[in-house]
Design a protein around this ligand. Structure first.
Ligand code: BGC
Length: 755
């Protein structure tokens, strides 16, 4: 008995000890072990190992709490750091046209009384960069921006914007790369290469179908799968597959009934599975509405976070406009994990995506401490080249341009956008530059002392000075403008919008120019028919009242800080215009394909025009635009010849080589953008008249010619076939078209796709 008792006593004692160990010492020991700082030779600290290995090692050292912390930001523009493990915060900044203040919402940081001003180079808007069709330049722009990101001690730039211009009233059309998915994709890839090459994280936004600002948090884009795949997703796909993008930002809107930040079909099925995205998804600021569905969908980092988010969330406007935030806070994520609504495997996936990028970008090993120079001469050069190459010459009757200073002795520079540099549209993309060159400054500087330059505003910019914009002062301003025009050899009328009329957060009210500007153009042209109209907007405008009698027309978009220099160099012929439209310009809003469906009914935007967006609509349905996609004139002329397609019959698995010769037949050096379209006249389902599948920008001296080559793969002939939920190309005869715009096809050759 005794032994037994003894046994039982010692057993009891042993059990007690075991209980103490299991309930107190082991967990404590576990916590202490987990909470200790890992050794300096821990594999994740080793820069020689792959990002994948490092992320795996780091992840297994993290507590559940630490993982949960990483799913929401710690501030307005910062992700959550985990100091114990040396995980840095990712310090973000907007984007995409340069670095802007990260110290709060754009409403706060753009306010005239903003406490801290962050100044950096203001690059041309996305639409202007798209008009260059210059992928090398866009890559250099991305690189220059990334260098400024680092110089200011940040890690991530919230751009590029690659949403498609579906209709001409979207307030943010100026931010993106236009209406064509192929062009947008090529430029997105270039921008990403520029940014990531510097170890800075880009954010490809806004995934997906963010094409109007009207009720942007509540609007539901109803889109069929073919349209999504052919129009609204390809730029993201290219960004992921060819750009290797480290980050994608989910959009505010819903797509087919579900908010993008919790859309498993978009994030998990398409972005991760179909495209193979390995980076992390960040929510647009204030666009989350649930915990488990959001994390499970593949949305990895909610922004903003921390106190900044809490405060912002209590503001009436934040709530009214339909923002959602504070759903992926650590407590909510932990509760969802404990309730079995989020598995640990899912949480691990969310976290390891963020970790992977922290390693890939190098910010774990080499934090960006800032303190170096921004707006360097090299960066200014890129900004200027972008602004210059982006200017599109839309009309030049009688060769009014370039201005010849041996014949012109006076210029009247007129318009509400003449004396002020309208560098960009409004909202989170508007950069505060250290300096900016207004059109008038640029023209004065270039014209020199032999040409007299007079200025008249002609009309107030709508909304800028409502109190002073009354009938009497309007008449006075108009008279000053016509007087100036009468006395001058040439009038340059700079019209357009500004960041208060064309911006994030609301759509443009009308395609018409702001109040009084059409009247101004008409009156000035009557006073002096030698008039050059210059457009300074992101969107197309209605021109029907004056276009017929306007001899010369330029579109300078929002050209960033160097906009005035760029304009002057084109006006005086120091540079030859080479920009081409990245979006069709309809004659009237009523002509645009989404007309009647925008902004939608009952918060549903029905994309029933389907794939017929931009030139796919105008060219297929024979609706004449004011100016077609891809159009832009030059001071010289180019001849196209010698189209060759090899092989002319293909199984589709081999690459098709296309070549042609472009020759500068004029007397000035210049660049020509050659466009390649594919026409499919035999497919099982309806296809657009043609689609852009290649482009090349070529610099040519007078008389010089160059062979231009394109390579086409099967994707160039394919469409998304809903019946099989896959890309498909139907065997038969295609036509390869080479054009100077979508409506100026100069060379054609057949191509047989064999079964
Ligand atoms: C915009 C994003 C921007 C973010 C952060 C949002 O309102 O839609 O494009 O990056 O704010 O400023």
């Amino acid at each position: 008995m005794t032994p037994c008792l003894a046994t039982s006593r010692s057993h009891l004692f042993g059990s007690l000890i075991a209980l103490l160990f299991t309930t107190i010492f082991f967990p404590l020991a576990g916590i202490f072990a987990q909470k200790a700082t890992p050794p300096t030779n821990a594999p994740y600290r080793n820069p020689k190992l792959s990002a994948e290995k490092r992320a795996t090692d780091l992840l297994r050292r993290m507590t559940l709490e630490e993982k949960a912390i990483m799913l929401s930001g710690s501030g307005w523009m910062e992700s959550a750091p985990i100091p114990r493990l040396g995980i840095p915060a990712i310090n973000m900044t907007d984007g995409p046209m340069g670095v802007r203040s990260w110290l709060g919402s754009s409403a706060i940081t753009s306010a005239a009384n903003a406490v801290v001003k962050i100044e950096a180079s203001s690059f041309p808007s996305g639409i202007a960069m798209a008009a260059t069709w210059d992928t090398d330049l866009v890559q250099r722009e991305g690189q220059a921006i990334a260098q400024e990101v680092k110089a200011l001690g940040r890690d991530m730039i919230l751009g590029p914007t690659v949403n498609i211009n579906r209709q001409p009233l979207w307030g943010r059309n100026f931010e993106g790369y236009g209406e064509d998915p192929f062009l947008s994709g090529r430029l997105a890839v270039a921008y990403i290469h520029g940014v990531q090459g510097e170890g800075v994280i880009p954010s490809v936004k806004h995934f997906a179908a963010n094409n109007e600002e009207y009720e942007r948090h509540r609007i539901d884009a109803i889109i069929d799968e073919r349209t999504l795949h052919e129009i609204y997703l390809p730029a993201f796909k290219a960004a992921v597959q060819e750009g290797g993008a480290w980050n994608v930002m989910s959009a505010y809107n819903k797509v087919n009934g579900v908010h993008c930040a919790e859309s498993r079909p978009l994030l998990h099925d398409i972005l991760q599975n179909e495209f193979g995205f390995k980076g992390f998804v960040v929510s647009d600021w204030g666009s989350t509405y649930s915990t488990a569905p959001t994390a499970n969908a593949g949305m990895d980092l909610e922004m903003p976070g921390g106190e900044a988010m809490q405060k912002w969330l209590t503001l009436p406007l934040t709530q009214q406009s339909g923002n959602g935030a504070g759903w992926l806070t650590a407590d909510k994520v932990l509760a969802a994990v404990k309730a079995g609504q989020i598995t640990e495997a899912t949480l691990d996936d969310n976290v390891s995506r963020i970790l992977r990028v922290i390693f890939l970008s190098g910010i774990f090993d080499r934090p960006h401490t800032g303190g170096s120079e921004v707006d360097t001469p090299a960066q200014q050069t890129v900004a200027r080249q972008g602004a210059t190459e982006g200017i599109v010459l839309l009309k030049n009757d009688g060769g009014l341009l370039p201005l010849d200073t041996s014949k012109i002795h006076s210029i009247a520079v007129i318009g509400p956008n003449a004396a002020v540099a309208r560098t960009g549209g409004g909202g989170s993309s508007l950069v505060s530059p250290k300096y900016s060159i207004a059109p008038l400054d640029g023209i004065r500087e270039r014209a020199g002392s032999s040409v007299q330059v007079n200025y008249a505003a002609g009309v107030e910019m709508e909304g800028e000075n409502p109190a002073g914009d009354i009938a009497d002062s309007r008449a006075k301003l108009l008279k000053e403008a016509t007087d100036a025009a009468t006395k001058a050899d040439v009038a340059v009328i700079v019209v357009g919008r500004y960041s208060g009329l064309e911006a994030e957060g609301f759509d443009v009210k009308t395609m018409d120019l702001p109040a009084g500007q059409d009247d101004l153009i008409e009156a000035v042209e009557k006073a002096n028919p030698r008039a050059v109209v210059v457009l300074n907007t992101g969107n197309p405008v209605t021109m029907t009242r004056w276009i017929a009698q306007t001899p010369a027309l330029l579109d300078m978009w929002y050209g960033g800080q160097e906009t005035g220099h760029a304009l002057a160099s084109i006006l005086f012929g120091d540079e030859n215009p080479s920009g081409k439209l990245p979006a069709s310009f309809p004659k009237r809003f009523e002509d645009s394909p989404a007309y009647g469906r925008y902004p939608g009914n009952d918060l549903k935007a029905d994309y029933a025009e389907g794939i017929y967006v931009g030139y796919r609509y105008f060219d297929s349905k024979s609706v004449e635009p004011q100016f077609p996609f891809g159009f832009g004139l030059s001071y010289t002329t180019f001849a196209y010849s010698g189209l060759k397609v090899t092989p002319s019959k293909t199984s589709g698995d081999q690459l098709v080589e296309v070549s042609m010769i472009v020759r500068n037949t004029g007397s000035r050096s210049g660049a020509e953008v050659v466009e390649l379209y594919v026409h499919d006249g035999h497919s099982k389902i309806d296809r657009p008249a043609h689609e852009l599948k290649g482009f090349k920008r070529v610099d040519l001296k007078p008389g010089e010619s160059q062979m231009v080559q394109f390579t086409l793969d099967r994707a160039a002939f394919s469409y998304w076939y809903p019946a099989t939920h896959a890309w498909t190309a139907d065997p038969g005869k295609f036509e390869i078209q080479i054009g100077a715009s979508s409506r100026d096809i100069r060379l054609r050759a057949p191509l047989m796709l064999a079964r």
